[in-house]
Design a protein around this ligand. Structure first.
Ligand SMILES: *Cc1c(COP(=O)(O)O)cnc(C)c1O
Length: 366
């Protein structure tokens, strides 16, 4: 039996009629940049998140970069980020010229909120908590620190579409929330896409300005902006997929529940723990084991696709060698990176496929 880690085309097959219609609507409308599909998606996604504003941009990395620019973060400023994250979080900070201040993760793989305050200096301008794997960060302590020290909170929610912190969906807790609609995300386009959400009208307005050449009125440029717009066809497709997001997240959650129940007595793996403040959306279902590479190989031989999120922490990437961090600089992250393995956790997995994954793990490690 084959269990692919993820097949991007499955959600298209499931929503073919709606997606084909969405594409032809755009083709016939003549609005190929901006227009009604982008505006409708923005208002529908803001509504979904329970937030006042949504501004579409070209991708998740741009959403983070424009969020930092809108908060006027640049050279000489410090930004607190998790040491355990996808490199995009870091790239956003370095690309605006600010200094990266990493903080190690807690037991849930997210930024440890007890270790943030000691890293705050007069230069700290922003904190970027990342809701990794679809589990929300414990936001209240971060929001308190931000108030006390006048620091902006920019959330990286690229893996958390629909996830809740306490009883409220992610999307409006911090100052700006950055989203990616890369095809593999819980809400994914058929190409690149991104957005920011916020409750602050000024920040929303600034990002609208930056994403479009710094221009509100065509050929009049107020700031040195960029071209980072959400494509109209992607917006139309995202509108169709947004209708299914909750249902897909529930299916992911059902898969996760089966894994959690049926793998609970495999002593050689650590299962994900769920803190009481979050309703996760299982962007990834990540187990840990010191036999990670052997397990991955054994599963592969049984037709089961897995991935490693991530094999190398940002501070040890060649891209950041100029910052001079070494093996041992962030030991908690480093250990996580040598042990994590993401199991298939898609809405379209059959119960036979899920059992096959569970049996494969038990056969190797049980
Ligand atoms: C996917 C992702 C991004 C970047 O999104 P793109 O749309 O690929 O630019 C940023 N942060 C995290 C945590 C991600 O998972």
């Amino acid at each position: 039996m084959k269990v692919p880690f993820l097949d991007f085309s499955n959600s298209y097959k499931e929503l073919k009629t709606e997606i084909d219609l969405a594409i032809s609507r755009v083709l016939e409308s003549g609005y190929y940049i901006g227009g009604p599909e982008v505006e409708s998606f923005e208002s529908e996604y803001a509504n979904y998140c329970g937030t006042k504003y949504c501004v579409g941009v070209a991708n998740g990395l741009d959403a983070l970069i424009l969020a930092l620019k809108a908060c006027e973060v640049g050279h000489g400023d410090e930004v607190i980020v998790p040491s355990n994250t996808y490199i995009a979080t870091w790239l956003a900070v370095s690309s605006v010229g600010a200094k990266i201040i990493p903080v190690e993760p807690d037991d849930y793989y997210n930024i440890d909120t007890n270790k943030i305050e000691e890293k705050i200096t007069k230069k700290t301008k922003a904190i970027i908590p990342v809701h990794l794997y679809g589990q929300s960060v414990n936001l209240d302590p971060i929001l308190e620190l931000s108030k006390k020290n006048s620091i902006k909170v920019i959330e990286d929610a690229a893996q958390a579409h629909g996830a809740k912190y306490k009883d409220k969906r992610i999307g409006g807790h911090g100052d700006i929330i950055a989203w990616s609609f890369y095809p593999g995300k819980n809400l994914g386009a058929i190409g690149d896409g991104g957005a920011i959400t916020t409750n602050d009208p000024e920040l929303a307005e600034k990002i609208k300005l930056y994403r479009n050449y710094g221009s509100r009125i065509k050929y009049y440029n107020e700031v040195q902006g960029v071209n980072s717009r959400l494509d109209s066809i992607q917006a139309a497709i995202l509108r169709a997929k947004l209708q299914r997001l909750d249902q897909w997240n529930e299916k992911r959650s059902a898969v996760a529940t089966l894994y959690l129940n049926q793998l609970s007595n495999v002593s050689q793996i650590i299962l994900p723990k769920i803190p009481d403040w979050t309703t996760p959306v299982w962007h990834q279902f990540v187990i840990r084991t010191s036999h990670r590479d052997e397990l991955q190989k054994a599963l592969e031989e049984n037709g089961i696709g897995t991935m490693i999120h991530y094999p190398n922490p940002p501070h040890l990437q060649k891209a950041y060698e100029d910052l001079n961090w070494k093996q041992g600089s962030f030991p908690i992250s480093e250990k996580i990176h040598t042990e994590v393995l993401s199991l298939p956790c898609n809405p379209d997995l059959t119960s036979d496929q899920i059992s096959h994954v569970i049996d494969g793990i038990k056969k190797k490690l049980g």
